[in-house]
Ligand binder design. Structure first.
Ligand SMILES: *[C@@H]1O[C@H](CO)[C@@H](O)[C@H](O)[C@H]1NC(C)=O
Ligand SMILES: *[C@@H]1O[C@H](CO)[C@@H](O)[C@H](O)[C@H]1NC(C)=O
Ligand SMILES: *[C@@H]1O[C@H](CO)[C@@H](O)[C@H](O)[C@H]1NC(C)=O
Ligand SMILES: *[C@@H]1O[C@H](CO)[C@@H](O)[C@H](O)[C@H]1NC(C)=O
Ligand SMILES: *[C@@H]1O[C@H](CO)[C@@H](O)[C@H](O)[C@H]1NC(C)=O
Ligand SMILES: *[C@@H]1O[C@H](CO)[C@@H](O)[C@H](O)[C@H]1NC(C)=O
Ligand SMILES: *[C@@H]1O[C@H](CO)[C@@H](O)[C@H](O)[C@H]1NC(C)=O
Ligand SMILES: *[C@@H]1O[C@H](CO)[C@@H](O)[C@H](O)[C@H]1NC(C)=O
Length: 501
C-alpha cells in the first residue's frame, strides 16, 4: 500500500522497515479509534439535533392544529358538479304600504321561500343572522314556531350569531334543542366588528342568502331581496363551509393564523363552479369577508370581478354608499372600480341608494364626484337615485336591498357599501354570471334581477339627485357639514353650467 512505498523511498539504513511500519500502523490505529470516537460523538450530537428538531416540529404542528379552526364531522363530500341540478328563485319582502302599479312583477315572498326551505329540511338547518327577534304567534306558518318545531321532526337546528344574550336564541337553545354558537367578533377582529352574514343552509343541499335577517323588520316592514336555491349541493356545501367557520369560532378570542383545509372552498372567482341553474349554464361561487381561508374570494374581490366583467351596464341597489373607512380614510375599493368602468370602459352605471335619516351627508358629495367624472365625456353615464319613503312622519331606510346586477351577472351580499363594512365586518355573498361567450340569453335569474332593479328605479319612490337641492335624507347631520357641502354643490353646479354653455 501507499505507506509502504512511501517508507521504502525514505528508508533510513539500520532501522528495520517493519518496525517503522508497526509504529505507523499503531499511530494509524489510534488515530482511527480517535476518529471513530469523534464520529460517534458527532453522530450522537446529530441525533440530539434531529430529535430536538422533531420535537420542535411536533410542538409547532400541535400549535397549528389547535390554532386552526376545524370542523368536526362527516365532511368528506365532493362537489358532485355533474349531477347538480340547481334551481333558483328570487325572494323578496315588499312592505304592504309600498305601492307599485298593478302590472308589476313580484317574486316569491321571503317568508314563503324560507318556509319552503323548512319543508325540504330532513337533517339539519344552519342559520346565521345578524339579528334575532321573530315574534312568536299562533300562526302555523310563523317562522319562529316552525323553527321551534324542528326538534319534533328530529331535525337539527344550528345557529351562529355575533349577538350575545338574545332572549329568543336562549329560548330556542333551552326549550327547543337548538345549538347556538356565539362568536365574539370584537375579540376576534380587535375592533368594533359585526357578524353581518345572513344566510341559511339546509341539509348542505339548499340555501338562502340575502339582505334579510331573522327579525320582524326584515320579514315585514323593510324591502328585502335574496335568493333561495334548491338542490344545489356544490354551492350549498361551499356556503356550509362559511357557516362551519363561524361555528368553529365559538369561544375563540383571537383570529386563527391558519384555517383548516376543510374550510377551503371548491370555487372562487378564478375557478368558478360551472353549474346548471334552471337549465342554463352559469359560473358561480360564494364569497365572504373578514374570515378568509385560502382560495376563498373576498366580497370585495367578488364585487370587483363582477364590475370588471360588465360591458354595458351596472345597476347597484344598496343602503349606503360611502367610500370611507371609519370617517378617517378614503377607501377606493369599489369607488375606484366604478370610476374605471365609467371612464375607461364606458359602462353605464345606475346607483339606487336608500334615503334615510342615517344617510351620511358625504354620500351626496361622493355621488357628485362620480357624476362630475362624466362631464364633457361621451358615452359616460352615472345616474343616482334615492329610494325614499315616509313612514310615520320620518324617512325610514325602507329599501334594504344589497345587490348588483350587470349585463353579465349578479352579486347578492350581506354588506353595505361602506369602507369599514368590508374591512371590519363579516358577510357572505353569491356571484352568478353568464359565461363570457354567451350571446343570446334566456330570461334567467340575472335578467329577472335586472327587472327588479328597473321596477324600483322607475317607481315613485326613487328620486333623482337634483343639482340645486340638498336631499332631505340626512336631517340629523345637516348642520355639521353644511358648509363644506354647499361649497361642493356650488362647484359641481358651476361645472354643470359650464358644460351647458
Ligand atoms: C333536474 O330538474 C328538472 C326539473 O326539476 C327535472 O326534470 C330533471 O329530471 C332533473 N334532472 C336530474 C338529473 O335530476
Ligand atoms: C305597466 O303599465 C304601464 C301603463 O299602465 C306601462 O307603462 C308599463 O310599461 C307596464 N309595465 C309592465 C312591466 O308591463
Ligand atoms: C368579547 O371580547 C371582548 C374583548 O376581548 C371582551 O371585552 C368582551 O367581554 C367579550 N364579550 C363577551 C360577551 O364575552
Ligand atoms: C369551468 O369551466 C372553465 C372553462 O369552461 C374552466 O376554466 C374552469 O376551470 C371550470 N371550473 C371548474 C371549477 O371546474
Ligand atoms: C335557454 O333555455 C332553453 C330551455 O329552456 C335551453 O335549452 C337553452 O340552452 C337556454 N339558452 C341559453 C343561452 O342558456
Ligand atoms: C358613443 O356611442 C355611440 C353609439 O353607441 C358610438 O357611435 C360612438 O362612437 C361612441 N362615442 C365614443 C366617444 O365612444
Ligand atoms: C327556476 O325553476 C323553478 C322550478 O321550476 C321555478 O320556480 C323558478 O321560478 C325558476 N327560476 C328562474 C329564475 O327562472
Ligand atoms: C343643528 O343646529 C341646531 C340649530 O340650528 C342646533 O340646535 C343643533 O344642536 C345642531 N346639531 C348639531 C348636530 O350640530
Amino acid at each position: 500500500n501507499d505507506i509502504r512505498k512511501y517508507l521504502h523511498i525514505f528508508q533510513t539504513p539500520g532501522l528495520p522497515a517493519s518496525s517503522i511500519i508497526t509504529a505507523v500502523q499503531q499511530q494509524d490505529y489510534s488515530a482511527s479509534v480517535w476518529l471513530r470516537r469523534r464520529e460517534k460523538l458527532e453522530h450522537s450530537q446529530q441525533k440530539c439535533i434531529v430529535i430536538f428538531a422533531l420535537v420542535c416540529c411536533f410542538a409547532v404542528l400541535l400549535a397549528l392544529i389547535f390554532s386552526a379552526v376545524d370542523i368536526w364531522g362527516e365532511d368528506e363530500e365532493t362537489e358532485e358538479e355533474c349531477t347538480s341540478n340547481c334551481s333558483i328563485v328570487l325572494v323578496e319582502n315588499i312592505p304592504a304600504d309600498l305601492l307599485f302599479p298593478d302590472n308589476t312583477t313580484f317574486h316569491l315572498p321571503l317568508s314563503a321561500g324560507l318556509n319552503n326551505l323548512l319543508d325540504k329540511a330532513e337533517r339539519v338547518v344552519e342559520i346565521v343572522s345578524p339579528k334575532w327577534y321573530l315574534n312568536p304567534s299562533d300562526d302555523e306558518s310563523n317562522l319562529l314556531t316552525r323553527l321551534q318545531e324542528l326538534k319534533h321532526k328530529d331535525i337539527q337546528l344550528k345557529i351562529t350569531t355575533g349577538e350575545f344574550n338574545s332572549k329568543e336564541l336562549k329560548d330556542l337553545e333551552r326549550n327547543h334543542d337548538a345549538e347556538v354558537h356565539e362568536v365574539n367578533m370584537t375579540a376576534l377582529a380587535k375592533a368594533y366588528s359585526y357578524l353581518h352574514s345572513s344566510f341559511w343552509v339546509v341539509d348542505r343541499k339548499h340555501f338562502y342568502i340575502g339582505s334579510a335577517g331573522m327579525d320582524l323588520e326584515s320579514l315585514s316592514t323593510r324591502k328585502e331581496l335574496g335568493v333561495v336555491v334548491y338542490d344545489c349541493k356544490p354551492l350549498a356545501l361551499d356556503l356550509h363551509k362559511v357557516f362551519s367557520l363561524y361555528w368553529g369560532l365559538e369561544h375563540k378570542t383571537f383570529m386563527p393564523n391558519f384555517w383548516s383545509k376543510r374550510l377551503f372552498p371548491f370555487f372562487n372567482r378564478d375557478r368558478p363552479g360551472n353549474l346548471t341553474i334552471n337549465s342554463t349554464q352559469f359560473e358561480t361561487y360564494i364569497s365572504s369577508s373578514l374570515f378568509i381561508p385560502k382560495d376563498r374570494s373576498s366580497d370585495l374581490e367578488a364585487i370587483s370581478r363582477v364590475i370588471q366583467q360588465a360591458r354595458h351596464f351596472i345597476y347597484i341597489s344598496i343602503i349606503d354608499y360611502l367610500p370611507l373607512i371609519s370617517m378617517q380614510r378614503y377607501w377606493s375599493g369599489i369607488d375606484g372600480l366604478l370610476r374605471e368602468a365609467l371612464i375607461l370602459r364606458k359602462v353605464r352605471i345606475r346607483l339606487l341608494i336608500s334615503c334615510r335619516e342615517e344617510t351620511h351627508p358625504l354620500t351626496f358629495n361622493f355621488i357628485w364626484s362620480l357624476k362630475s367624472l362624466c362631464l364633457e365625456e361621451d358615452n359616460c353615464s352615472l345616474e343616482a337615485k334615492f329610494f325614499s319613503f315616509q313612514r310615520d312622519g320620518s324617512l325610514s331606510g325602507i329599501n334594504h336591498n344589497r345587490f348588483m346586477v350587470t349585463d353579465r351577472g349578479l352579486y347578492i351580499g350581506n354588506l353595505d357599501w361602506v369602507g369599514e363594512e368590508f374591512t371590519h365586518n363579516a358577510g357572505a355573498g353569491l356571484v352568478i354570471s353568464h359565461p363570457g361567450n354567451v350571446a343570446e340569453k334566456n330570461f334567467t335569474v340575472v335578467e329577472q334581477l335586472q327587472a327588479v332593479f328597473e321596477r324600483d328605479w322607475f317607481s315613485r319612490y326613487a328620486n333623482t339627485l337634483q343639482t340645486n337641492k340638498i336631499p332631505v335624507c340626512s336631517k340629523q347631520h345637516i348642520n355639521k357639514s353644511v358648509l363644506s357641502k354647499s361649497r361642493i354643490y356650488m362647484l359641481s353646479w358651476s361645472l354643470l353650467k359650464v358644460n351647458h354653455l
